[in-house]
Design a protein around this ligand. Structure first.
Ligand SMILES: *[C@@H]1O[C@H](CO)[C@@H](O)[C@H](O)[C@H]1NC(C)=O
Ligand SMILES: *[C@@H]1O[C@H](CO)[C@@H](O)[C@H](O)[C@H]1NC(C)=O
Ligand SMILES: *[C@@H]1O[C@H](CO)[C@@H](O)[C@H](O)[C@H]1NC(C)=O
Ligand SMILES: *[C@@H]1O[C@H](CO)[C@@H](O)[C@H](O)[C@H]1NC(C)=O
Length: 408
């Protein structure tokens, strides 16, 4: 934790200064209403900590110089206030401290207003301890209504769904795709990782679309997205199954694949990653983002000289291979996990301290600061952001509108 009394004093002073507005970028917030759970941090005030500064020793320590109790909005740029809007709030809506029930693969189903998600696994976890669950956002709305004014946490029940045994250790998801959840799985022991469709209502029947690359098993599939306006599925494959002792040693590089369900064609579109993780496309289909969480070596620990970086790519018109790779953002805390965009093209990622948000030019705009790891998040329609944090699910009500993830 980074905090000295002098820095806190500086920031408290600056916060007041920024709210009152003078000449800096954050000073431009004068015309904007700052939501009560927001803390403004002017980057110019944190550039120099000085000889007695309290520096962070690692990427797992938080950067919370105002010592604010999470959850809150940490604002580094006025554009984050536009994303939040004047009435933004954030609170936990489901909590179970005994279980990593809300880890990955968040998918919103508009018809039922439910969000599906997968639990975390771990070393040698019995397969029935992996679970896919859902929460009802109608139940969340009722619970919030009943809780009265303020932002007190509520706790709605998550419901585990029964999936066929072909769905082993779900780690990523998107959709809807032709009305189905799209899931990717780690596999388990000798059982292969797979790309599958699951019907989002009882009986939750599943169809596996792909479980090999010309006969070779994937390492452990990590995340998946649909290319905008198409039926092409892009997914990442990394060694986390092996690094968490769930899978045998990897047989393929960690890379990004494209799958065409019409023709069955499967091909590599990007490589050269330490461990590729989350991915996302801009809604015009011109840019792809891929996170490299290389610095997280699973049970071997953290090596923070390795990547914790989101890369941006162009997409080759002919082959759909990812070209012109460039750094988009290096993550200051933890690693980039799931990546999502809003309608304006801002980039959101689950990271080591919650969810972080960048403008299209790669400027860190702000954080949904949870003080704990978030592996992924999803817009549940416009203005509702559901953030998974393993033992808890948070709902942020904000001004930003959703990017379309469901195709066709
Ligand atoms: C840093 O701490 C030392 C020892 O307490 C003190 O003498 C010095 O004035 C401090 N420097 C600053 C810039 O605060
Ligand atoms: C949540 O689940 C518990 C245990 O199954 C049950 O007692 C309780 O009524 C449920 N609450 C709601 C709001 O459904
Ligand atoms: C689920 O079962 C229905 C009825 O048999 C079938 O039409 C549908 O394609 C199945 N969906 C998946 C994802 O397997
Ligand atoms: C961390 O990663 C770097 C780059 O791959 C490597 O040279 C170094 O040996 C690693 N350190 C540890 C402690 O594993």
């Amino acid at each position: 934790m980074l905090a000295t009394s002098s820095i806190v004093a500086t920031f408290v002073g600056l916060t007041g200064w920024a709210r009152a507005a003078t000449s800096s970028q954050l000073g431009a917030t004068t015309a904007m209403t700052v939501p009560p759970q927001a803390v403004l941090l002017d980057p110019l005030a944190i550039n120099v900590l000085g000889p007695n500064g309290s520096f962070r020793a690692s990427a797992t320590e938080f950067f919370n110089p105002t010592n604010t109790t999470p959850p809150f909005f940490q604002v580094f740029h006025p554009d984050f206030l536009k994303i939040l809007g004047p009435n933004a709030n954030i609170r936990a809506v489901a909590t179970d401290p005994t279980l990593l029930f809300a880890h990955e693969a968040p998918i919103w189903v508009p018809k039922t207003d439910e969000v599906f998600f997968a639990s975390a696994g771990g070393a040698m976890v019995a397969i029935d301890q992996y679970q896919v669950s859902k929460i009802s956002l109608k139940d969340v709305a009722s619970a919030i209504e009943a809780s009265g004014p303020g932002v007190t946490p509520v706790n709605v029940n998550a419901t585990k769904i029964d999936l066929p045994e072909t769905i082993q250790a779900t780690n990523g998801g998107t959709g809807l795709f032709n009305g189905n959840l799209v899931l990717v799985t780690d596999g388990n022991g000798p059982l292969p990782p797979s790309l599958a469709l699951v019907y989002p209502e009882p009986p939750y029947n599943a169809t596996v679309l792909l479980d090999n690359f010309f006969g070779r098993q994937f390492n452990s599939l990590n995340d998946v997205k649909i290319y905008p306006g198409s039926n092409k599925l892009f997914f990442t494959d990394s060694t986390y199954g092996y690094l968490y002792q769930l899978r045998p040693p990897p047989l393929l590089p960690n890379q990004v694949y494209r799958f065409d369900p019409d023709t069955g064609s499967v091909r590599v579109v990007a490589d050269g990653f330490d461990k590729c993780n989350g991915l996302a496309f801009t809604r015009d289909g011109k840019t792809a983002y891929v996170g490299d969480s290389g610095s997280n070596d699973g049970l071997l620990g953290i090596n923070q000289t390795k990547p914790a970086t989101i890369y941006a790519f162009d997409i080759d018109a002919k082959s759909m291979a990812f070209t012109n790779r460039r750094v988009f953002a290096y993550i200051d805390t933890g690693i980039p996990d799931g990546i999502q965009l809003d309608a304006a093209g801002n980039v959101y990622a689950g990271t080591g301290d919650g969810a972080q948000v960048w403008g299209q030019d790669g400027t860190l705009l702000g954080k949904f600061f949870l003080g704990t790891v978030s592996s992924n998040l999803v817009f549940a329609g416009d203005g509702r952001l559901v953030i998974l944090a393993d033992t808890a699910i948070y709902l942020a009500k904000i001004a930003a509108t959703a990017n379309t993830l469901s195709f066709p």
